[in-house]
Structure formats: C-alpha cells, structure tokens
Design a protein around this ligand. Structure first.
Ligand SMILES: NC(=O)c1ccc[n+]([C@@H]2O[C@H](COP(=O)([O-])OP(=O)(O)OC[C@H]3O[C@@H](n4cnc5c(N)ncnc54)[C@H](O)[C@@H]3O)[C@@H](O)[C@H]2O)c1
Length: 325
C-alpha cells in the first residue's frame, strides 16, 4: 500500500450520502480530498435530494439490491467504504422491527460481503451508542461496558459490529466501528415524529406550525451531544489510520454531559426566543445519562472533539434561522 494512496484515495463509496451525516461527510471530504471520486448510494427513504452534493456520482437505490451493489463495486472499485445508510431512530424500529432489521443488518452484511469481494482497504461502519442500553459507568468506556441493546435499532446497530470483526478475522477485510453519541447539527431537520431533541426544539422555535415541542420527565436527564463535524472528522481519521483496526469499536462523542434543561436554556439564549414545551411523562426505558470516554478513539485515531456543544449549537441555530422551508 503506497502512502500517497492512503492519504488521497482515488475512489470512496458513501452509503446514505443524502442523509444528515452522509451529506456533511461528502461535503467535508470533497474539500479535503478534491481529486477523489465519491460514489454514493441512497434510496432517499430518509435522505433529501437537496442535501445531496453535486460532486457525488449517485446510484439511486437500496443497499439491499444486489444488482446495484455489484454494479457499483465492479465499476468503481472503491478503496474505502463509509457505511452511513440505515433506517435510524429507536422508536421507528420499535414500530418496524422487520423492515429496519433488513436494512440495518442485512444491508450491512451485504456491503461487507461486497467490500471483501472487491478488496476494499477499510470498511468504516456507523455504529451507535444506543447499544450500551441502560445506565452505565460514566464516562462510558468501551472496555468496561458490554453492549446491552434494548431496542430493535440498538440490536441492529450492535450486530453490525461483530459482523465487522468476523469479516476482518475470516477474510482480512479491515473494518472499524464508530459508535456515535447523539449527533446534531445543521441539515438535521426536526419535523419528523422521530426527531431528536436539538433539531425538534429548534424546529418548533423557527417553524412553529410544523412542530410542537415537548419535554419528557424532569429534564434532568443528560446526553453527550456530538456536533456533526466531530463525526465527520472521526470518519476521515478512521480512513487515514495507518494501523489495522480489525473491527475495533470506538466511542465518537464530545465527552461532556448536557442536561435537557440546559439545552433549553442555551436554545433560548442563542435564538433569543422562548421555547414553549408541553410537559410529558418520562419515556419508559429512557436512559437517564450518557457520557462517553473517547480515549480509545484518541489513542487509535488521534480523535479529539474539536467543536463543543455550545459552539455546535450556535452553528445549528444559524442554519435554522436561515432556512426557508
Ligand atoms: N444521527 C445520530 O445521532 C446517529 C447516532 C448514532 C448512529 N447513527 C448512525 O449514523 C448513520 C447516519 O445517520 P443519519 O443521522 O445521517 O440518518 P439519516 O436518516 O439522515 O441518513 C440515513 C441515510 O440512509 C439512506 N438509506 C436508508 N435506507 C437505505 C437503503 N435501504 N438503501 C440506501 N440508502 C438508504 C437514507 O435515505 C438516508 O439518506 C446511520 O447508520 C445511523 O444509524 C446516527
């Protein structure tokens, strides 16, 4: 493997390239590696055409479609695969356990198989902190907290990890699993019933006809919110790493705990508007606190969360305030 190729790949494949994380990734990747060819796959089930970068060579369709995968891999021979495509959201998976299992589990295995067949250099998998389940030692280290998934989505995201490891062991396909914690940022719309708190609350501030915001429980529950750019950086570092990663699972987060009540205060501060919240009972089975220890990602990838919650929120507010629809 030549050094030049490692830092400047000819071709990469990005699944879910029209989604929130995938579209940010493509934009920032293109800036950093302007000569690389970016191939995308998306079926627009949750992705948006407007978010799609014009530089992406798009293959529209599902990762479950073997014909599309065969065409993409044989024609383009990507060196790295960034696998963002999924049907996300815990509550959606509770309503649609079979459909989400197909996309989130079988889709991942299908991409691993193609990556193995076409000698991909590294497969970078989007995993999720949801696999940790209930209250854990905080800050949460990968080594001290065995996965304990509590929803179909968490199971699905978790299953992708041992699959990555096994593909590394059996076939020598290098893989890495990035466990994202509560990602937020510009481009994350808050208009769906499955929206996450930052986007849903900002949506209700700027588009009150589209969204009525609510708060569950006392608001003292907290999350390790991770600004989108940190996730994009982690993916690029995962590609650039010179050592074999062989299915390593790494927390990707900000490493700080922000309570839901603090989110409210900061949103009011940066929007200058009052956030009106309907009070609802606590969500059954809701995790009380999350906070990641990101030292393993720092050690293996050189990952540092560069944008903290408040700076990330300011940038997200800016995007919402300039959004037309
Ligand atoms: N956003 C978060 O907080 C978060 C946290 C942890 C993990 N993740 C993971 O990160 C990844 C990206 O999440 P996101 O927030 O950008 O979600 P998103 O819904 O915005 O993006 C997912 C993309 O995948 C596409 N897709 C879905 N099913 C597909 C299929 N069968 N074939 C092709 N494309 C398909 C969608 O159209 C969409 O563009 C997902 O794997 C998700 O599980 C996200």
């Amino acid at each position: 493997m030549e050094m030049d190729d490692v830092v400047n790949p000819k071709t990469i494949l990005v699944t879910g390239c029209a989604g929130f994380i995938g579209s940010h990734f493509v934009r920032q990747f293109k800036n950093k590696f302007p000569t690389s060819k970016i191939i995308g796959i998306d079926d627009f089930s949750t992705g948006r055409r407007a978010a799609l970068e014009s530089s992406v060579i798009l293959h529209e369709g599902s990762i479950l479609d073997e014909g599309i995968l065969e065409k993409v891999f044989s024609r383009h021979r990507p060196e790295y695969v960034f696998h963002f495509a999924a049907l996300p959201r815990v509550s959606y998976s509770v309503e649609h356990p079979r459909r989400t299992s197909e996309v989130n589990i079988v889709g991942t295995v299908a991409l691993l198989e193609m990556s193995k067949n076409y000698d991909v250099r590294r497969f970078i998998y989007s995993s999720s902190s949801s696999l940790y389940g209930g209250a854990k030692k905080l800050p949460t280290k990968e080594s001290e907290n065995y996965p304990d998934p509590r929803s179909p989505y968490a199971i699905q995201k978790y299953i992708g990890e041992p699959f990555c490891k096994v593909f590394s062991e059996l076939f020598g396909l290098d893989t890495v699993c990035l466990r994202y914690f509560n990602v937020f940022g510009p481009g994350q719309y808050g208009d769906s019933p499955y929206s996450t708190v930052v986007s849903a609350w900002l949506e209700s501030v700027y588009f009150p006809k589209k969204k009525k915001a609510f708060i569950e429980g006392d608001g003292k529950q907290s999350r390790d919110f991770c600004y989108i750019d940190n996730v994009v950086t982690a993916n690029i570092l995962a590609m650039e790493s010179k050592q074999k990663l062989e299915g390593e699972a790494l927390n990707i987060a900000c490493g700080s705990q922000i309570s839901i009540n603090e989110v409210k205060v900061l949103i009011e501060k940066y929007t200058g508007k009052k956030l009106l919240l309907e009070k609802r009972p606590p969500r059954p089975g809701d995790v009380r606190h999350t906070c990641a220890d990101t030292s393993r990602a720092r050690r293996l990838l050189g990952y540092h969360p560069r944008v903290d919650f408040e700076e990330g929120l300011k940038r997200t507010v800016q995007w919402f305030s300039s959004r037309k629809i």
